[in-house]
Ligand binder design. Structure first.
Ligand SMILES: Cc1cc2nc3c(=O)[nH]c(=O)nc-3n(C[C@H](O)[C@H](O)[C@H](O)COP(=O)(O)OP(=O)(O)OC[C@H]3O[C@@H](n4cnc5c(N)ncnc54)[C@H](O)[C@@H]3O)c2cc1C
Length: 368
């Protein structure tokens, strides 16, 4: 038996490594010019909420069975990852609400490709056909890089800027839909960041993220204060999604003297503001509305999509399901392709990809 794995990002490389470990041949197909997908661009922190109740509270629209699977299996999965050659950089997440491990994404990718002995993962550019008579695990990373699908499901009439790999254009999703798959709740949700309104490249994805909305006053282009800082979630996903629904998917973060001195996870607010290119740091007299008294800095941000949250409906064996709940024979999904985990909030995409990648491989190997 050979199992086809579509996508050599986090979920695909994990699935292929696990298949090989179980004695099953895996053919990994990669559409991009390199393996690693968005995992390679990530901060490499694989985490779960410390408390199960927090996971449920923060992602209330998600499938509780999948959430529980990820929450229960993650700690063992991290040990498995280390045994597969990934070297932990730090055994903590810098967030008291969560627990997990930080890896160097480049080393993690190399380890899964080399030490995992993934066969056939040599990248080949161009479209990759997903039709196959073999069992297949869809790990193509969702549809964030398809403006058409983003417009259709996430935000009509707004082209969200991209903050993830360029190849995740919904191939897994479209393939499974053709075979009768059902979709999850939350197809209009996404994980992303508000980024300075200027050009950016892959190297800027992490360093330029403006992650201090909870200290800012947040206005849109028309001068409407559309989001209260008290309502900003710790992951800031809710303010990013709200920004996507404003004109031009744009917002202005206004900061007073006290706000710029606040400490955030990776430095001070002033340092994050300084990382924004000059084009996005708006002089107060050039704002399209009057700023509140005491405003010292104004940064124009745009909502950027890292990955989609809704996707294919799967069960706790990673089998792709039809609307009536039956499983499509030989079709599995893992990672972002499998939706409905973080619905309503945000959870670790790498943890999701790791655990479901393992589960999908185990199910495919058992012929379930
Ligand atoms: C800047 C940034 C920071 C992040 N930081 C974190 C973090 O610290 N912690 C965390 O948990 N998550 C983080 N993430 C999210 C995390 O990277 C993703 O959740 C994770 O990579 C998803 O894994 P995946 O396998 O589903 O998708 P990916 O890793 O993106 O892999 C998908 C792969 O499929 C390939 N593909 C697409 N279509 C096809 C096709 N038709 N055939 C074959 N291959 C195809 C793509 O080229 C890609 O290689 C971050 C992401 C970014 C961009």
């Amino acid at each position: 038996m050979t199992v086809v794995v579509a996508g050599a990002g986090m979920a695909g490389l994990v699935a292929a490594t696990r298949l090989r470990e179980l004695g099953v041949a895996a053919t990994v197909r990669e559409k991009g010019t390199r393996p690693g997908g968005s995992m390679l661009l990530s901060s490499g922190v694989i985490w779960r909420h410390r408390e199960w109740d927090d996971f449920r509270r923060e992602c209330p629209g998600g499938d509780a069975r999948l959430q529980r699977l990820i929450w229960d299996r993650l700690d063992d999965a991290l040990e498995w990852l280390a045994a597969a050659g990934a070297v932990p950089v730090r055994e903590e997440t810098a967030n008291p609400l969560t627990t997990g491990t930080r890896f160097d994404p480049a080393q993690l990718t190399r380890a899964l490709v080399q030490n995992g002995g993934v066969e056939g993962s040599t990248p080949s550019a161009g479209g990759v056909p997903l039709h196959t008579s073999d069992a297949a695990i869809l790990c193509s990373g969702g549809f964030a890089a398809s403006p058409e699908l983003v417009d259709r499901f996430v935000r009509p009439a707004a082209r969200l800027r991209r903050r993830g790999n360029p190849w995740s254009t919904g191939d897994g999703l479209l393939h499974a839909l053709e075979r009768g798959a059902a979709l999850t709740a939350g197809m209009d949700e996404f994980y992303g960041r508000n980024m300075p309104d200027a050009e950016w490249g892959e190297d800027d994805f992490v360093s330029r993220s403006q992650l201090y909305a909870r200290f800012a006053r947040i206005f849109d282009e028309t001068g409407n204060e559309f989001f209260r800082r008290e309502d900003v979630s710790w992951s800031e996903t809710n303010v990013v999604q709200a920004t996507a629904h404003r004109p031009e998917a744009r917002a202005y973060y206004l900061l007073d003297e006290e706000a710029v001195r606040r400490q955030v996870r990776y430095g001070t607010v002033a340092e994050l503001v300084a990382a924004a290119p000059a084009a996005a740091r708006v002089r107060l007299e050039e704002l399209p509305f009057d700023p509140p008294p005491g405003t010292r800095e104004a940064v124009r941000v745009v909502a950027a999509i890292t990955h989609t949250i809704g996707g294919l409906r799967v069960d706790d064996r990673a089998r792709v399901l039809r609307e009536d709940g039956s499983a499509i024979d030989g079709l599995y999904a893992a990672g972002v392709d499998a939706g409905g985990v973080a619905t309503g909030g945000y959870a670790s995409g790498l943890a999701h990809a790791l655990v479901l990648g393992l589960v999908a491989a185990e199910s495919a190997a058992a012929g379930e």
